[in-house]
Design a protein around this ligand. Structure first.
Ligand code: SIN
Ligand code: FE
Length: 298
């Protein structure tokens, strides 16, 4: 995997789908999209309680609301700044990835205001351990998690570590992580009954998440990777320093990633439909379905 600078001859979808980082250097000249200095000032003045249960400050575009702030007096300024970032990022993404934008689901934006080096978090929430992303509350049913990051720090680089992307990761580790068990449940009578009951309860207003076997496996895989000292120690590693002002895009369920240092990053997530990929066979769900010999996403 590599960091690929964007440019006129670059096929953005192919770069991302093959598990690379699509990179936009800082201004002048190479910035992905400009962020007004008033917005940057609002963000750098934002504080977040390191003890908060929220890992980051979240902005939900559909509700125009922020969560995760401790100092509530900052809510309006932070929300306005995050709305601005979210809007610019989505417009930018739609310009450079029109095929994805035609079908994507807009997810949350986040603001990562806490220094990552030395951050104390429970194992499964640690950002400094390599992992692929999966959302407990927002199953994707085989679609993909695309994230646009911008380092909004005026002075500090953001230090990333990555490893080989999903095709190699799955080949080496998916069976060790118990893929067969998740696949065996898929389509079984017990699993179908459980899903039906789940859907009925959900329809009745009980807040339950109906996830596919793929989503269950990916949630498990996220934790399994973080807990696997052998994987963390021995997997191939690639280091990237993302300078202040730079923007980078990556499928975070395709590319194992960790952040080792840096503070003040913005991020916007979109859920990309597997159908809108240039090569849908590269989706993590497609890879796992081939390995398991069955559908894992309905
Ligand atoms: C992550 O998505 O795991 C952390 C990446 C970052 O905040 O830079
Ligand atoms: Fe992550």
């Amino acid at each position: 995997m590599e960091l690929v600078p964007a440019g006129p001859d670059v096929d953005n979808r192919a770069v991302l789908e093959h598990g690379n980082i699509l990179y936009f250097p800082p201004a002048p000249g190479g910035a992905g999209f400009p962020i007004p200095s008033a917005v940057l000032d609002a963000l750098t003045g934002t504080t977040q309680d390191a003890r908060a249960i929220h890992k980051n400050i979240a902005y939900k575009p559909n509700k125009d609301a922020v969560s995760g702030l401790v100092d509530k007096s900052q809510t309006v300024a932070t929300r306005d700044a995050m709305r601005d970032y979210s809007g610019r990022a989505l417009k930018f993404l739609a310009t450079i990835l029109p095929e994805y934008a035609a079908m994507w689901k807009v997810d949350y934006a986040s603001f990562r205001s806490i220094e990552e080096r030395g951050r104390q978090l429970p194992l499964t929430k640690r950002n400094d351990l390599l992992h692929v992303d999966a959302f407990p509350t927002r199953p994707v049913f085989g679609d993909l998690i695309l994230r646009c990051f911008t380092n909004v720090s005026p002075s500090q680089k953001r230090e990333w570590l990555t490893s080989d992307p999903f095709p190699l990761l799955a080949e080496r580790e998916a069976r060790n992580a118990g893929l067969e068990g998740y696949a065996a449940k898929s389509g079984s009578a017990v699993e179908s009954a459980r899903r039906a009951a789940w859907r009925a309860l959900h329809a009745a207003g009980v807040p339950l998440v109906d996830r596919s076997p793929y989503d269950s496996f990916m949630l498990h895989f996220h934790d399994w990777m973080k807990a696997n000292a052998d994987y963390q120690k021995n997997c191939p590693k690639y280091r990237f320093d993302l300078p202040p002002g730079s923007t980078w895009l990556v499928f975070t369920d395709v590319v194992p990633h960790a952040v080792l240092g840096g503070r003040l990053a913005m991020e916007q997530t979109v859920i990309v439909s597997r159908k809108s990929m240039k090569d849908p066979s590269l989706a993590p769900a497609s890879i796992l379905e081939r390995m398991a010999g069955r559908n894992l996403t309905s």
